[in-house]
Design a protein around this ligand. Structure first.
Ligand code: CIR
Length: 253
């Protein structure tokens, strides 16, 4: 049961962040409005919001997910994979210290939270351009010490693991069609397949029986409703232009 979400609105230099999306520059004011809509959806899911101020030194700092991984009572503060983003984690760690025991990924390890998916008792870590083997091993060791099992998954054609798979409940994930063998997820009871034309919807948020999905993904919305979820759709087009998806905009505490 998640009670809180840590969020951080984008700053005026949001458009200067990293992206490979080739969808054009984001509109800052629209991004701010969409961020507010996202926060409203999280509140509707029963979460209390903790909001950090934007950091002008880090145009990608709204993507707080990459800076921390929550494993029960522990917040693992990451060493973000792209050097330009390193430092974002300081404010995130300071805020999470009020709620969790803080541990850190140490050099030469790198981990982006977007590469980490925790179901009830199993931690999946993507090995990507952002998360290296050392970082993944450190994180999996922390998870095992907390009583979880853990496994690493190669991520080659996507930015992060959760670009194509995301947790919806303790026993349910969304998985983009034709990406990776489902055998990597054999311990997961329910796998909901996301059609390629709705690839943004492979990254949804599942919390407390609700789901937050990207706007315009009607097939996935219907699948989530069939799975018993109350679904809130939110438009995050300006974040998608910066390679951002729904989970990246919050840390669920
Ligand atoms: C980046 O490339 O790091 C940001 N522009 C997007 C990060 C998205 N984070 C995520 O999916 N967890």
């Amino acid at each position: 049961m998640h009670r809180r979400a840590l969020v951080r609105p984008p700053g005026p230099n949001f458009k200067d962040g990293l992206t490979e999306a080739a969808l054009g520059a984001p509109d800052y004011h629209l991004a701010l409005a969409q961020h507010e809509g996202y926060c409203r959806a999280l509140a509707m899911c029963g979460l209390e919001l903790i909001t950090l101020p934007p950091d002008p030194n880090y145009p990608d700092s709204c993507f707080v997910e990459d800076a921390a991984v929550i494993i029960d009572g522990i917040a693992v503060i990451t060493r973000i994979g792209h050097a330009a983003r390193r430092g974002e984690e300081k404010a995130v760690g300071a805020a999470l210290a009020d709620f969790k025991q803080i541990l850190n990924i140490e050099e030469p390890g790198t981990v982006d939270g977007g590469d980490v998916m925790l179901l009830a008792d199993h931690l999946f870590v993507g090995l990507s351009r952002r998360t290296n083997r050392e970082g993944a091993e450190q994180l999996m060791e922390i998870a095992r010490s907390a009583g979880k099992s853990a496994s690493a998954i190669p991520v080659s054609d996507f930015l992060h693991l959760k670009t194509f798979v995301s947790p919806i409940a303790d026993d349910t994930i969304l998985l983009l069609k034709d990406t990776i063998s489902a055998t990597y997820f054999e311990m997961v009871r329910n796998i909901i397949e996301v059609p390629r034309e709705e690839h943004w919807a492979a990254n949804c948020i599942g919390i407390n029986g609700f789901a937050v999905a990207p706007a315009g993904c009607d097939k996935t919305r219907a699948s989530l409703e069939k799975a018993g979820k109350t679904v809130f759709s939110v438009d995050v087009s300006e974040f998608q232009k910066m390679d951002g998806r729904l989970t990246c905009l919050s840390v669920l505490i």
